[in-house]
Design a protein around this ligand. Structure first.
Ligand SMILES: Nc1nc2c(c(=O)[nH]1)N[C@H]1C(S)=C(S)[C@@H](COP(=O)(O)OP(=O)(O)OC[C@H]3O[C@@H](n4cnc5c(=O)[nH]c(N)nc54)[C@H](O)[C@@H]3O)O[C@H]1N2
Ligand SMILES: Nc1nc2c(c(=O)[nH]1)N[C@H]1C(S)=C(S)[C@@H](COP(=O)(O)OP(=O)(O)OC[C@H]3O[C@@H](n4cnc5c(=O)[nH]c(N)nc54)[C@H](O)[C@@H]3O)O[C@H]1N2
Ligand code: SF4
Ligand SMILES: [Mo]
Length: 687
């Protein structure tokens, strides 16, 4: 049976290499690709049976028109011709009456493939629709890193193998970045110590950490300053490295650090001073400390500043100068390809407004917005479940004067509100190229089975819409595969200073590989190991000053300093982080993974006692924005004052609302990012 090499398309840093067995046009088996340099042949439980998602009976197979009320999920099948005509007629009508900015595209990373992820951009730019700021994940993290490091390359994950101290900082690795465990284990065998810094005892902390530190949510910036204070006080900085490569250390030391005594930091973070001292000493004395920074701590109104402060730590100890030392935020091998080939940003019309996806609820309900959003086109995303402030989002989606199109694989929470639903291909049905944001590897995936039903890829539908608008640009007459070819060719000029490793596969080779079992290592373009990176890649500081910029004159403030998160007037911090069984709201279709999920809330027994709450009982969690139903789980895994739940679950949970009924549309300090964990709640027994 033919086995095809492809990549996992989901929004996960690992971007696993997959081997998919195809029989009679159906995927029958999914396995990890042992030749992949980072993921090395293993998969998470979700993707170990990707074929169950691809051939799930719930896959949409035809376009649909709504027949019932919005949200009721009642539809009738229609043809593609009718669907495209309905949409383009409506776009023209809205454009003429309100201006084309009244059309709002909304998407995120349902697929990470560079063609399908971005395949609609050119269409909406040319249409003159509102632009979308795609901020739902963690742009504040990128902005914080960039303010200190500019475009310097983050440390490759495999380097951690050579580290003697690994800090898993706000990273629930066993749920979200499982393959990094391999590198961590190698380091551990060589004597490295593993520290976890989180808000509660994640499975990762329980299984991997030698030491665990719990911080009050949103206060890691103060912890970083406390560590820097101790490093400076105890002579644990690398003064030679600082003198040669760091701008602004002395200003920070003189103007900011004196305030961040261990006692002061303890009062902010809730950690005791001995823990702060111990961590600072371990970090300062390590030969090559490696920080793997997750995104959780950036999802606060001070998130960008928090990341900026943590990014100062490796600079102070000169970690980049040592094999195994450094900081990995997000690698993004997407820099290796020229996305402009798909985007066509030059078609963006000057002065067109940009709407922030984190504010979808407000934008749909804002009576003063001019022009109002009258047509919404959603693809590769499920905002009814994943966007903050769910009540506002659902209220907006229910508007009868809003025309909504959803291009999807499944009848998701969001699709149920659509006027027109379009069936989308899965990654096995469309060509693409997959960059990773957790390792330096780039993979190609071909269409290896025919489209399920009448489903079409994002790019194919963008081309149909362009045709429906009467545009005859040759750009929209290309195939998915044409774009993949151009993207692959662009690696040569995009990443000239990085050898892109093994040969880039040609279309012919890839077609062969899709149907034949040939040596897959011949077919991946990427950087197989850190050895293929230039030896000094960590020491090239791509900032305006060519130094690490602790002091950054272009930033406001120029010197970083902690400030507290916003939160709400309610007693408990509400951390709602990823669950291993789902990926954001994806995989909710798989009953064997979700088992009619009940949302659980972890609470410290000492917090439950005065509220007379018992383990296992139903509780209502609420704040000014809404409420949701949970089953209480009393546990010392979470510190007092912080309650925790995991996973983004679909409307089938009790009460129909998930954690996003509680989250807010507030934005981060920089980059307009989401603030999912900057939330406080009340907890009471459900009547
Ligand atoms: N199984 C699974 N995998 C996923 C996802 C999923 O939903 N499920 N989501 C995917 C996506 S879209 C992304 S962006 C990544 C997410 O990955 P990341 O956001 O990079 O990291 P996570 O592993 O989600 O871990 C977030 C951690 O941050 C912690 N945290 C929250 N607030 C704070 C804080 O103030 N300080 C500290 N120190 N820790 C804090 C949470 O408790 C949690 O353990 O994972 C991807 N992979
Ligand atoms: N409370 C809370 N909410 C969160 C988070 C959290 O930690 N807590 N995490 C946030 C984060 S980090 C993120 S990134 C967002 C992600 O939120 P979303 O962008 O909504 O991601 P998913 O829920 O994975 O939904 C992706 C959808 O795309 C569809 N899809 C897959 N491939 C294709 C394709 O090729 N074409 C089309 N048209 N559709 C496709 C899938 O079927 C799926 O329904 O969620 C955020 N929401
Ligand atoms: S979701 Fe992540 S861990 Fe699972 S197969 Fe995909 S890339 Fe790998
Ligand atoms: Mo994300």
């Amino acid at each position: 049976m033919p086995i095809a090499q492809t990549a996992c398309p989901y929004d996960c840093p690992d971007c696993c290499g997959l081997l998919v067995t195809v029989e009679d046009g159906r995927a029958v088996k999914t396995a990890g690709d042992p030749t992949h340099p980072f993921t090395r042949g293993t998969l998470c439980p979700k993707m170990a049976h990707y074929e169950r998602t691809v051939h799930h009976p719930g896959r949409l197979t035809t376009p649909l028109r709504r027949t019932g009320a919005k949200g009721a999920g009642e539809f009738t099948p229609i043809s593609w011709d009718e669907a495209i005509k309905t949409i383009t007629d409506k776009f023209r009508a809205v454009g003429e009456q309100y201006g084309y900015e009244a059309i709002m595209p909304y998407s995120y990373a349902g697929t990470m493939g560079a063609v399908q992820h971005n395949g609609y951009h050119a269409f909406f730019y040319k249409l003159g629709a509102s632009n979308l700021a795609r901020t739902i994940c963690a742009p504040a993290k990128g902005a914080g890193y960039k303010s200190v490091m500019g475009a310097s390359m983050p440390t490759a994950p495999q380097e951690a193998q050579q580290s003697d101290l690994i800090v898993l900082w706000s990273l629930s690795l066993l749920a979200t970045d499982i393959h990094f465990q391999h590198d961590v284990e190698i380091a551990r065998q060589n004597g490295a110590k593993i520290w976890c810094i989180d808000t509660y005892a994640t499975r990762t902390a329980e299984h991997l950490a030698d030491e665990t530190l719990y911080v009050k949510p949103g206060t890691d910036g103060a912890l970083a300053l406390g560590v820097l204070h101790i490093l400076a006080r105890d002579g644990l900085t690398d003064i030679n490295f600082i003198a040669r490569h760091v701008q602004g250390w002395h200003e920070l030391q003189a103007q900011v650090l004196p305030r961040y005594t261990p006692e002061y930091v303890s009062a902010i973070t809730g950690m005791n001073t001995a823990q702060i001292e111990a961590f600072a000493h371990a970090y300062g004395q390590a030969r090559a400390p490696f920080i793997r920074l997750g995104s959780g701590l950036s999802r606060y109104t001070n998130g960008s500043m928090t990341v900026r402060l943590i990014t100062c730590l490796p600079a102070a100890v000169g970690a980049y100068a040592h094999a195994g030392g450094g900081l990995l935020t997000s690698v993004s091998s997407s820099h290796a390809i020229d996305r402009e080939l798909v985007y066509h940003t030059d078609w963006r019309q000057p002065g067109t407004r940009t709407l922030n996806m984190c504010e979808l609820g407000r934008l749909l309900n804002d009576k003063k917005l001019a022009p109002p959003v009258k047509a919404l086109y959603i693809y590769s995303s499920n905002p009814a479940a994943t966007a903050p402030d769910q009540n506002a989002v659902l209220q907006g989606l229910a508007r009868t004067d809003l025309f909504t199109v959803v291009h999807e694989r499944f009848l998701t929470d969001t699709a149920r509100y659509a006027d027109i639903v379009l069936p989308a291909t899965s990654s096995l049905e469309a060509d693409d190229i997959y960059p990773s944001y957790g390792n330096y590897c780039l993979q190609r995936g071909m269409a290896i089975i025919p489209p399920v039903g009448e489903s079409k890829s994002n790019w194919q539908v963008a081309c149909l819409l362009a045709q429906g608008m009467g545009w005859d640009e040759p750009f929209f007459q290309q195939t998915d595969s044409d774009l993949v070819e151009q993207l692959i060719a662009s690696t040569a000029h995009c990443w000239p200073d990085l050898p892109v490793g093994t040969a880039v596969p040609t279309r012919q080779q890839s077609q062969q590989a899709a149907s034949l079992r040939i040596d897959p290592s011949q077919l991946r373009c990427g950087i197989p190991t850190p050895l293929a990176l230039p030896a000094n890649y960590k020491m090239q500081f791509r900032t305006p000053s060519r130094h690490i910029e602790i002091l950054n004159p272009a930033m406001e403030p120029a010197l970083p300093d902690y400030f507290p998160p916003t939160g709400d007037a309610a007693p408990f911090h509400f951390v709602n982080s990823p669950d291993a069984r789902v990926l954001d709201s994806s995989f909710n279709e798989r009953a064997e993974l979700t088992h009619g999920h009940t949302m659980e809330l972890l609470m410290h027994p000492a917090d439950a006692q005065p509220l007379h709450l018992q383990d296992g009982q139903r509780v209502t969690v609420s704040n000014a924005r809404g409420e949701a139903q949970f089953k209480l789980s009393l546990s010392e895994r979470t510190p007092r004052g912080t309650v925790v739940t995991e996973g983004v679950w679909s409307h089938t949970v009790a009460g129909g609302l998930n954690t996003n009924a509680l989250t807010s549309q507030r934005l981060t300090d920089k980059a307009g990012g989401s603030t999912f964990y900057d939330v406080n709640v009340d907890v009471r027994a459900t009547e």
